[in-house]
Design a protein around this ligand. Structure first.
Ligand SMILES: *[C@@H]1O[C@H](CO)[C@@H](O)[C@H](O)[C@H]1NC(C)=O
Ligand SMILES: *[C@@H]1O[C@H](CO)[C@@H](O)[C@H](O)[C@H]1NC(C)=O
Ligand SMILES: *[C@@H]1O[C@H](CO)[C@@H](O)[C@H](O)[C@H]1NC(C)=O
Length: 404
């Protein structure tokens, strides 16, 4: 077939753009945030107990990009929960375990713990996986902390309800570690076996979400799991394994991404039922999968760059094709490699020489990488994900709504 291609306009305009730089919603919608989860949103709880299984989060290069010091966050900078707090005009959430002796904080508290599972330790102990747990501070333990903290801030039901009606409760991401324990911290479990954990994990998340509603929460954001088939630690552990095939477009492992989507499907269904049960609440699902799979599908759209617009005439139909040329976005070559790590493989992830360990190195430009340390994401990646969740299409129903 003959296709007549006519370049009508070459660079009619150069537009410097930054994806998702739409206006932030007005601050003041929520006056406080309470967060539950794992290392994806731990702002310092695990470090407060000494970070025994992963002391490196207490040292640079963790924190090097934004805080210029290690705060206990498992990233080079901010986490999604930090960007949510920023967008609301609220301070970063202090970790609960440091708050006990510290100042009283009314604008929010973080109960998330690095390594935390949705299910209680007993579930893993019963399956001989107990010794692999990083922490026993599971979701229900974090809920217990919240109840204790709550009694110091309000006493009567009326007083608590009045306070919590302007609070945002974020439950997750949580559940990722329930799968890391059998799939990543040990070999010998198959994806099929671990699939049987998913309904219990979802039940634990729903139990905690319901319990928070019973405590007075009305605005709840519940994120799903990330595409674990794109995570360097997983890619390293399963390279050459017969459990998976590599997707030629993204370079990620299809079977593991399908696993994440299975978890997310069950979560979405369970949240639907929860909304019916508690019609007075606003229960939002945050699609972390969708917000991050974009990086692997079209890395060129993330970062500062230029639009190149081409008008192509095919038959008599004019097609406008817009190319984005990224100057400092994620690079295709570094999409699946950890920025900080101990080398020794195609993904710069070495479980015996993790990020921060002697001999590990840090990439020159952290903003070109999605993965910070092979498991957790960079400040740059979390920023894009947060923008997609806060302003964009990745929260349902949307996070922002008019105050009635
Ligand atoms: C969820 O709550 C129900 C009712 O309290 C309980 O029976 C069940 O064991 C809980 N499930 C999990 C996974 O925590
Ligand atoms: C994958 O390999 C393991 C042993 O290496 C074997 O037991 C298993 O049956 C294989 N699975 C498939 C689907 O081929
Ligand atoms: C485009 O042109 C080709 C032949 O030149 C023709 O076969 C085709 O049907 C046309 N397509 C459209 C959409 O008009």
């Amino acid at each position: 077939m003959r296709v007549k291609v006519q370049v009508l306009l070459l660079l009619p305009f150069l537009v410097a753009f930054e994806l998702g730089s739409c206006a932030n919603p007005p601050p003041g919608q929520f006056k406080s945030i309470f967060n539950f989860g794992n290392s994806l949103s731990d702002t310092g709880n695990y470090l407060a107990v000494g970070a025994p299984a992963f002391p490196f989060i207490g040292q640079l290069p963790y924190g090097q990009t934004f805080f210029n010091r290690a705060t206990g966050r498992a990233s080079d900078g901010r986490l999604i929960i930090d960007f949510i707090a920023e967008s609301l005009g609220l301070p970063f959430l202090p970790p609960y375990l440091k708050l006990v002796e510290g100042p009283f904080v009314k604008t929010g508290v973080d109960f998330a713990v690095f390594g935390a599972t949705a299910l209680d330790a007993k579930f893993f102990v019963d399956r001989n996986l107990g010794p692999l747990l990083i922490t026993t501070d599971s979701l229900s333990v974090q809920l217990g902390w919240f109840k204790k903290w709550k009694s110091s801030i309000c006493t009567t039901k009326w007083e608590c309800d009045d306070y919590f009606k302007t609070s945002l409760f974020v439950v997750g991401e949580i559940g990722g570690n329930d799968y890391n324990v059998p799939l990543l911290f040990t070999s010998g479990s198959s994806l099929e076996q671990v699939r049987s954990f998913v309904p219990a994990v979802i039940e634990a998340i729903i139990n905690a979400t319901s319990a928070l509603i019973e405590e007075g929460a009305v605005n709840l954001l519940v994120p799903g799991n990330l595409p674990i088939g794109c995570i360097p630690a997983y890619l390293t552990a399963y390279q050459g394994s017969n459990q998976t095939t590599i997707n030629p477009r993204t370079g990620c492992m299809d079977a593991f991404n399908a696993f994440s989507q299975y978890h997310n499907r069950l979560l979405i269904r369970a949240l639907y039922r929860l909304r019916k049960k508690y019609p007075h609440t606003r229960i939002m699902y945050a699609d972390f999968y969708g917000a991050s799979i974009r990086f692997y599908n079209m890395p060129q759209f993330f970062g500062k760059g230029f639009f190149l617009s081409l008008n192509i005439i095919k038959n008599d139909t004019a097609l406008t094709m817009i190319y984005a040329i990224s100057t400092s976005g994620f690079s295709r070559e570094s999409l699946l490699t950890a920025c900080c790590g101990g080398g020794g493989g195609p993904f710069n992830f070495n479980p015996n020489r993790v990020c921060g360990a002697p001999g590990s190195t840090v990439c020159k430009e952290t903003t070109t990488h999605v993965s910070w340390d092979g498991v957790h994401l960079t400040d740059a990646a979390y920023r894009y994900m947060a923008k997609g969740v806060i302003n964009g299409p990745f929260t349902f129903p949307p996070l922002w709504f008019p105050i009635l």
